[in-house]
Design a protein around this ligand. Structure first.
Ligand code: ADP
Ligand code: MG
Length: 685
């Protein structure tokens, strides 16, 4: 039996950086890709884009200094030449690559200025008889200061000294037709030359399937454990008292849709339990989440608990404030408004009302959860557009409401309702969000007509202008959304101001407003209010209006340079129209040439109105990382599995997780330990 390799402190520190804390972690540190050093490709046959191993004689070596210090060598094989180029190099490399040396080089071939070249190839000197390798060479994810060679040595030592016990009960393994774990790990670290490299690189090989399954299973287990842990924590039980809630339903000018009734019933049941609710309310833009939030708030208030409603932008928070004031005033409840831009004195007054318990409902931006604010008795925190908030903000919110129930007892925490119009694709819901309870509003209020979407080339901008004018003159209201300029917020602002100027000059007969992120909030709110009551006919806006803005009379939207925007953003923006009974139109102005990605996005948004389908397409285009948004930094990302491509494995993992927890608790614990022990865990926020 081999002894465990000694590891220096510096190497340990580097290993920690890449998530390796225990020797056993090395086994699951799997290659990103493989280099094929089992073959030699004649230089005459190499093609740009391929990663290959070549062999030849160095015929020329020089260091040039312009445009920057570079070592350039020519490698010749059978009369054909290839350039080797190094931007960083050491004296021993210059020596290795001196003229007449016989060299084996492996790297990606590309078309250089002088001809085909490899940049920073891996080179070694060889003799006439140096044999080729017999297995593919793994390339591991690593960090500066930790070489592939060191990693390889440590991993092959770990493979000998650490037992890679297969915890999956044989019953499931054969049922799912999976390979053994031990052989899978061995194979992936050391694949023999006859395995098709492509099956390894695109991770379709059965050994990869097994690893990905294990990873997904561990994720399922951890989500379930979390969910269960939550039911051991304490929150105030807030059952429906049918006082304010019934009162609001009576005065509401509309009846709840079936979907709204269903989700409110789910929330209502959760609130009645003495454990913290963590429920995500999903509903496409315009599906009517606000009224559901209002009902949930009233249920807490009926039980003499306070409620906080937080929105990611001032515009949206203000809009909630106005709407809820409207709805709740007849019931004798006056919400308090709190945002970062309030005057000091007003902020203090609001804070006092919140601290004394005089206020039942506080509405605002994340300012609600700053240190100076203490709630008297917070029972429910509602977060609108939750994906726009960061983990830190949600953590602050979580801490805010904690209060001791009695000395020496566990503290009680508020219930949480998170709302989002960004639908979670099915696979994402099954994986990263599996610890939350989810309610879905899957129907729009009656009387809406679907928005018509048109794609119009920028060349026809003048026609679009005319269309805006006609619409406004006939009593409709319109948005003109200015392009997103990712590199510079300032440029974006400038563009919005110029567009505004141009529209004002072109259409002196129209009342036009401008709203953008840099305006102070009083101004912003003033403009929005004027648009809402119809005093303004056309609103020029940056993407600040993306979330939540609700002006039902607006029925035309122009999105300038729509090719620059993401799918979720386009869908959100388009959702600002089509909220009233009038036929609405969304014009997507685009500028050619379109990138492949932009073309695909515009096609998806043109062909679909269903937010769930759009989100599914978005997941395909962007991967889960970005869609997860804020959650991403709080949840352990999957390293190997791809929830979209590996949906089948995900479903199997989900199906097996419960049985494993119930019948094989030891195995479940071992799985969690192996895969999750090192993961920081913000899941509870
Ligand atoms: P979102 O889910 O995008 O937040 P809102 O809550 O802003 O949607 O609702 C969109 C619009 O639909 C609002 O003007 C709201 O008052 C209205 N609304 C909500 N529910 C209904 C309903 N059941 N019947 C008619 N209109 C409704
Ligand atoms: Mg909303």
């Amino acid at each position: 039996m081999t002894a465990p390799a000694k590891i220096s402190a510096a190497t340990l520190a580097n290993l920690a950086k890449i998530g390796i804390h225990h020797r056993a972690d090395l086994l699951l540190h799997l290659p990103l890709r493989y280099e094929d050093e089992t073959q030699l490709v004649p230089i005459a046959n190499v093609e740009p884009g391929e990663t290959v191993q070549v062999q030849g004689i160095i015929t020329h070596t020089e260091i040039i200094f312009k445009p920057r210090r570079t070592l350039i060598c020519r490698l010749q094989d059978n009369g054909e030449e290839l350039y080797l180029r190094f931007l960083n190099f050491y004296p021993n490399q210059i020596k290795l690559l001196s003229v007449d040396r016989k060299i084996r080089a492996i790297g990606e071939v590309r078309q250089g200025y002088y001809g085909l070249e490899m940049v920073h190839p891996k080179c070694r000197a060889v003799g006439d008889e140096t044999p080729l390798k017999t297995s593919l060479s793994p390339i591991y994810p690593t960090t500066a200061g930790l070489s592939q060679t060191t990693l390889r040595k440590l991993i092959s030592n770990a493979l000998e000294v650490v037992p890679a016990t297969d915890y999956l009960p044989e019953k499931f393994r054969s049922q799912l037709n999976l390979c053994g774990l031990v052989e899978s790990i061995g194979l992936l670290h050391n694949p023999s030359a006859d395995i098709p490299a492509s099956a390894l690189t695109d991770r379709t090989h059965p050994a990869w399937q097994r690893i990905k399954f294990d990873e997904l299973l561990a994720q399922q287990l951890s989500m379930r454990v979390h969910h269960k842990e939550r039911s051991a924590r304490i929150a105030p039980a807030l059952p429906q008292q049918r006082h304010y809630t019934e009162g609001l339903l009576k005065i509401l000018p509309f009846a709840l849709t079936k979907a709204q009734q269903k989700v409110y019933a789910e929330i209502s049941l959760d609130l009645a339990k003495p454990h913290p609710m963590q429920r995500l309310l999903l509903g496409d833009v315009g599906s009517g989440k606000t009224i559901v939030a209002a009902l949930a708030a009233l249920q807490a208030i009926e039980n003499s608990y306070q409620v906080a409603l937080m929105a990611p932008t001032e515009i949206l928070a203000e809009q909630h404030y106005l709407k809820l004031t409207d709805w709740l005033a007849p019931l004798g409840i006056t919400p308090v408004w709190l945002s970062g831009s309030l005057k000091k004195k007003d902020k203090r007054i609001a804070a006092e009302k919140i601290a004394s318990g005089e206020t039942w409902l506080a509405i605002g931006t994340h300012a609600l959860f700053q240190e100076q604010i203490t709630f008297h008795k917070l029972g429910l925190a509602i977060v609108d557009e939750q994906h726009k908030f960061g983990v830190q903000q949600r953590l602050a919110l979580h801490e805010k409401g904690k209060q001791p129930v009695a000395p020496d007892e566990k503290s009680s925490e508020p219930h949480q309702l998170m709302m989002s119009a960004t639908p979670i694709p099915r696979t994402l819901a099954m994986s990263y969000y599996a610890d939350l309870d989810v309610s879905v509003i899957d129907e729009l209020p009656p009387g809406r007509t679907p928005v018509i979407t048109k794609l119009v080339s920028d060349a026809r901008r003048a026609e679009v202008f005319e269309r805006v004018r006609t619409a406004c003159m006939s009593g409709q209201q319109a948005y003109w959304v200015c392009p997103l300029i990712e590199e510079s917020e300032l440029l974006q602002l400038q563009n919005a101001q110029e567009t505004y100027q141009l529209l004002v000059e072109t259409f002196p007969e129209l009342h036009i407003g401008l709203v953008h992120g840099r305006m102070d909030s009083a101004e912003k709110i003033d403009v929005m209010a004027k648009f809402k009551i119809g005093e303004l006919q056309l609103l020029v806006a940056t993407t600040v209006i993306e979330v939540g803005v609700d002006v039902p009379n607006a029925s035309l939207m122009v999105i300038d340079h729509s090719e620059r925007m993401g799918l979720a953003q386009l869908h959100q923006l388009r959702g600002r129209v089509g909220r009233g009974a009038a036929q609405s139109l969304c014009i997507l102005l685009y500028q050619k040439p379109l990138s492949e990605l932009a073309r695909t996005r515009l096609k998806v948004i043109f062909e679909n109105t269903d937010g769930f389908i759009i989100a599914q397409e978005d997941l395909k285009l962007r991967g889960p990382g970005e869609l997860l948004g804020a959650r991403q930094s709080g949840v352990a990302m999957l390293r190997y599995a791809d929830i979209d491509a590996d949906e089948d494995l995900l479903i199997h993992a989900r199906n097996i997780a419960d049985a494993l927890l119930r019948d094989y608790p030891e195995a479940a614990r071992a799985y969690l330990h192996r895969w999750m022990a090192n993961k920081h865990d913000y899941l509870h926020v």
